[in-house]
Design a binder for this molecule. Structure first.
Ligand SMILES: Nc1ncnc2c1ncn2[C@@H]1O[C@H](COP(=O)(O)OP(=O)(O)OP(=O)(O)O)[C@@H](O)[C@H]1O
Length: 630
């Protein structure tokens, strides 16, 4: 493409020849096609664009004009519309006119043709400037310059908010919404003083009354008489992208200057901030956006303040995160329910663990050991969120994403360089929804590409276990030392032994060139969202209850007390409830949500997502890519 463009630069356009531009386009298309074959990002879009029929037509028009210009045309007459008018009069005056004359009459009366002739005359007469009335001589010196602004409204809102100076009663444009009607006109600016709307003087009116005057005309021309602001503030248009960490609804916010101009958003939405001029109210668009018009959203400081006020207005909750899914008493009830099933003691779990290990060992023809499915490790995690006693801990001290943290997280588009380590793939979801099943299937697809992280434990190895295969077996002192040095992404205690996944275990997999796939408890999300691991978080969501029942008819769940018993209705309810809690607390961190309905479909979705996470641009926290300046 560079060659084609260079050729164009070297050859002035007037020397391009009859088909010069078309030739350049053909060359460029060919070069872009090669990029498409090489799978270069964006090349396909560019290829479609360059091949668009409208572009070809435009080039033909351009070439016709060029050809025409070479003949240096001069107008035969500079008042063609006058001649057309005369012709119309003459034809009408004919006593009995021919069919040809009637047709000519019809053609000349067409508004399009009359507009074309009028445009022709303007060009022929080189009459481009509007004729302004002469300035009156007796204008007082101190008279402020007023501007008449006519906007043609088409049911769409005006795209500006107004305010009143409480001392003088004067009405001003408070802000112009980016991409709205007023903004696109380029004629109204924040700070302009409004004198009249549609001939009504507005001084002293309440802003709501002024709005009513504007709204009387939902369509047609609205005329403003304004005194333009003399010094317009420099717009602070920074093109900032953020991910919302909170929900916001302008309709429920009494403090917003104009609820209709507000934009609602949900946790996890990516917003393009287009204007930060106002300290309290920013203007933003939600991505992907198909609207030109921005909406008002609270600035970081304002939203933080709102959250703080809301937080203090709530009844006292000692710890409002997932640890309180059920109480100890509830746990005892659960034990009673399961009396017909095989009760799981340590032995049962261990033999189950052995069975899994054997399965994995045998299932893999190449003898690659699938690590990271240790049942005790999972049980230790499950206990962490089924009791009031937090028994599982994570690396990051701010385990719950506090409502008092920043409500917006700055994000940037990031595409992994092929030579960089792979992004960590993280699966999470309610216990029993199928997180491990999906992870196991992903690794099974190709253990040369996908691998789990080897957990650590203080438990003594069983007879069949090998150090560095099932677990890294370490002493309690070393485990404590690692906790102290913040080296676990998450860890916990189960039946007196400690279990945990270290950053080093994940790093080992990534450094070997493989894609590390792990499942975590939601509270560990912050620990994996780091510059180094760049975790891509997949949330496994349960399908609706009926589908859960249908699809899990032949499946078995492992609870805190029982190994592999058939699913019960209570399990489905628990899964649904736990899922709701996870979503309401953590959905802003999900890169992808997979509804685990049909297992096969979920696997396909997961595989596609994992490929995209590694090879295609994604929104990631800006702090992963560059240090954030505060
Ligand atoms: N889409 C599905 N359709 C049918 N059965 C499924 C599906 N997904 C998972 N299962 C089955 O459900 C059971 C529980 O799944 P899994 O062990 O993966 O749960 P989990 O989310 O990892 O929870 P935990 O960590 O508590 O074990 C397994 O028997 C699994 O084969």
């Amino acid at each position: 493409m560079r060659q084609a463009v260079a050729a164009q630069v070297l050859t002035p356009h007037c020397e391009l020849g009859e088909h010069g531009l078309r030739q350049i386009l053909t060359d460029v298309i060919e070069e872009v096609r090669q990029s498409v074959n090489q799978d270069i990002d964006g090349a396909e879009v560019l290829h479609c664009l360059l091949n668009a029929p409208w572009l070809q037509s435009l080039i033909k028009v351009y070439e016709c004009l060029q050809r025409f210009l070479r003949g240096s045309p001069a107008p035969a007459l500079d008042y063609a519309s006058g001649l057309s008018l005369q012709l119309l009069i003459d034809i009408r005056a004919l006593p009995g006119c021919s069919e040809e004359a009637k047709e000519l009459y019809r053609i000349l009366r067409q508004p399009h043709l009359q507009a074309l002739l009028s445009a022709h005359d303007t060009v022929a007469q080189k009459d481009y400037e509007p004729v302004l009335p002469p300035m009156p001589d007796d204008l007082p010196d101190e008279e402020e310059a007023t501007r008449i602004v006519c906007l043609v409204k088409n049911k769409q809102p005006l795209g500006a908010t107004i305010k009143r100076n409480e001392t003088t009663g004067e009405i001003f444009v408070a802000r112009v919404i980016h991409g709205g009607l007023a903004d696109r006109s380029g004629l109204l600016h924040a700070g302009d003083r409004i004198i009249e709307v549609n001939g009504f003087p507005v001084d002293g009116m309440e802003p709501e009354q002024v709005i009513q005057v504007v709204q009387v005309r939902s369509q047609g021309t609205i005329m403003f008489k304004v005194i333009p602001i003399t010094e317009r503030p420099v717009h602070n248009q920074t093109m900032l992208y953020v991910r919302a960490m909170a929900d916001y609804s302008p309709q429920q916010d009494p403090s917003i200057p104009c609820a209709d101009a507000g934009m609602s958003f949900r946790k996890g939405d990516v917003l393009e901030i287009v204007d930060q001029t106002d300290a309290l109210w920013w203007q933003a668009k939600k991505l992907p956006s198909n609207t030109a018009c921005a909406g008002l959203i609270p600035s970081t400081n304002l939203l933080k303040r709102k959250q703080r006020d809301f937080w203090w207005s709530q009844p006292y909750q000692p710890h409002a995160c997932l640890h309180t899914l059920s109480t100890v008493e509830e746990e005892e009830d659960m034990m009673a329910i399961d009396d017909k099933c095989v009760e799981a003691d340590e032995e049962a779990f261990e033999s189950e663990e052995l069975r899994e290990d054997e399965d994995h060992f045998c299932s893999n023809a190449e003898g690659i050991y699938l690590v990271g499915f240790r049942r005790s490790m999972r049980l230790c995690r499950r206990r962490s969120h089924s009791t009031t006693q937090p028994s599982c801990h994570i690396r990051c001290p701010s385990s719950c994403f506090s409502a008092l943290n920043s409500p917006y997280e700055e994000v940037v588009r990031y595409q992994r360089h092929p030579q960089d380590a792979h992004r960590l793939i993280v699966l999470l979801g309610a216990s029993g929804v199928g997180v491990n099943e999906l992870r196991r299937r992903l690794i099974d697809i190709n253990p040369n590409i996908f691998q789990g992280a080897l957990p650590h434990t203080t438990r003594a190895p069983r007879g069949y276990e090998e150090a560095g295969r099932e677990y890294n077996f370490i002493s309690r002192e070393l485990f404590d030392h690692m906790i102290y040095n913040n080296r676990f992404l998450e860890y916990g205690e189960y039946k007196g032994s400690l279990y945990g996944t270290s950053v080093e275990s994940v790093r080992d997999v990534l450094n070997s060139g493989k894609i590390c796939v792990m499942d975590i408890e939601p509270n560990a999300i912050q620990a994996v969202r780091t510059h180094e691991l760049k975790a891509y978080i997949i949330y496994v969501k349960p399908p609706p209850q009926e589908r859960l029942k249908e699809t899990r008819q032949d499946s078995y769940i492992t609870t805190n007390y029982y190994v592999n018993r058939p699913f019960k209705d209570e399990d489905f309810q628990e899964i649904e409830e736990a899922a709701r809690k996870i979503e309401s607390h953590f959905c802003q961190f999900f890169d992808l949500v997979i509804v685990n309905d049909e297992l096969q479909d979920s696997c396909v979705q997961m595989l596609t997502a994992v490929r995209k996470a590694q090879d295609e641009p994604q929104w990631v926290p800006a702090s992963w890519i560059r240090p954030i300046t505060t």
